[in-house]
Design a protein around this ligand. Structure first.
Ligand SMILES: [Zn+2]
Length: 66
């Protein structure tokens, strides 16, 4: 049984969904990458896309290895 009081300031769900493959993160987002995905030409507010480690590596070569 986990003690929510020790989980941190917020008990809200903090799961990310990969914009590429729809994979759901764990609550630590380990290895995940947040990247701006908005198109400046549309004039829309900035949006951040979340990428799972596999997609981050494929799309951005991230984490950078050299
Ligand atoms: Zn993905």
């Amino acid at each position: 049984m986990r003690d929510r009081a020790n989980a941190g300031a917020s008990t809200a769900q903090h799961h990310a969904i990969c914009v590429e493959c729809g994979r759901v993160s764990d609550d630590r987002w380990r290895g995940w990458l947040a990247e701006r995905v908005d198109d400046p030409e549309t004039g829309e507010p900035p949006q951040v896309g979340l990428y799972c480690p596999e997609c981050a590596e494929r799309e951005f070569g991230w984490p950078r290895r050299r």
